[in-house]
Design a protein around this ligand. Structure first.
Ligand code: TXA
Ligand code: MG
Length: 329
């Protein structure tokens, strides 16, 4: 039993819950809360011992920096000295939203940034974290609220499944909207590097900044975000990324104790166990169901899973990135 769970409405959150959460943050505690992408586990980004508790609770590698969440643009200039007027104007068009930008660090602590000299910042489009940040007066460092390596949680139940009572408070604000994490970018002199594809589409990054966009990991020499080098987002059971639909059709013919993770269009053609992700023509629906489907695979009686490949456009780029990470090794 956990008694640190508080349920509240995501649009009109309870004053009491927000005050309790911001009080905990101010005192150096850790709080799990929903965002528009996935649930985060947050602490005061300027408090090293509070941030250390996040690493311990998640079992996170100590070289993997946290994203710092802010609630307004004044906080951005406090956190980072290095935001040009041009970049600021772009961010004003899309924040709050699921875009994270890596900037020179000014104020975030050594533990949150793992001493890199840079800080990843985002303003979440969700009333609960925005209000906790505002009320505590602190920028909040928050990775996804899962055990390291596990799929990111999109519900409070999944947070509790992974973290139990390790957080001082878990706020249940319903299911996260996107279901995949924010897009992490770095602006370079001649292009924008997407360090992690996410809920903010690469096509929109390009339109927003009017610059060439490169996606890291697509070339073997390109830098990646520290966190992207680990097996990640993964079910405990083996997950096979099918090369195409025919592979799955043939596997189902020959049988075996596996589940197919796939679209309803594919499910209609199969007569084997399927965890339905939604329509392949609505990739936002697939994104929302992706991480929960990994957890369902683990809970089920199956030995392993086979997952359908999706089109790599729009949020499909993030979906396929997560599937590849989950099916590695
Ligand atoms: O949607 C999200 O971004 C969620 C919610 C809670 O905001 N947070 C999240 O945090 O996904 P996390 O820790 O699971 O992923 C953060 C990613 C990691 O891949 C990390 O390596 C990268 O951002 N990152 C953080 N600081 C960085 C920095 N200074 N330079 C490069 N990459 C950085
Ligand atoms: Mg994570």
């Amino acid at each position: 039993m956990v008694n640190n769970l508080r349920k509240t409405d995501p649009i009109n959150p309870s004053e009491k819950v927000l005050d309790e959460a911001s009080g905990i943050i101010r005192k150096g505690g850790i709080v799990a809360f929903p965002t528009e992408t996935v649930y985060g586990l947050g602490a005061d980004a300027t408090n090293d011992s509070a941030c250390l508790r996040i690493f311990e609770a998640k079992g996170r590698q100590s070289d993997n920096p946290l994203i710092v969440h802010i609630s307004d643009f004044d906080q951005l200039s406090e956190i980072s000295g290095g935001v040009s007027h041009a970049v600021l104007q772009r961010l004003e068009q899309v924040w709050p939203g699921p875009l994270t930008i890596v900037l020179p660090n000014r104020k975030a602590g050594k533990v949150a940034t793992v001493g890199l000299g840079t800080v990843a910042v985002r303003m979440p489009a969700h009333k609960i974290p925005l209000e906790i940040i505002r009320r505590s007066g602190k920028p909040i460092a928050a990775p996804s609220a899962n055990k390291s390596g596990r799929p990111s949680p999109v519900t409070a139940r999944e947070v509790v499944e992974d973290l139990g009572d390790k957080a001082d408070l878990v706020i249940d604000g319903g299911k996260s909207f996107f279901g995949v994490e924010s897009t992490v970018i770095q602006i370079r002199p001649d292009d924008i590097l997407i360090l992690r594809p996410g809920a903010f589409n690469a096509e929109d990054v390009k339109k927003l900044f009017q610059m060439k966009v490169r996606i890291s990991g697509m070339q073997s020499d390109s830098p990646i975000s520290p966190g992207m080098k680990y097996r990640h987002y993964a079910p405990s059971k083996k997950l096979i990324l099918a090369p195409d639909e025919n592979y799955i059709l043939e596997k189902c013919e020959s049988g075996g104790n596996f589940a197919v993770l796939g679209s309803k269009e594919l499910a209609a053609k199969l007569n084997c166990e399927t965890i339905v992700l939604g329509s392949r023509y609505d990739l936002y629906e697939v994104a929302r169901n992706l991480f929960p489907s990994f957890r369902m695979l683990d809970r089920g009686k199956f030995d392993y899973g086979i997952i359908e490949p999706f089109e790599e456009r729009g949020i499909g780029l993030a979906i396929m990135n997560r599937i590849r990470k989950a099916s590695e090794g």
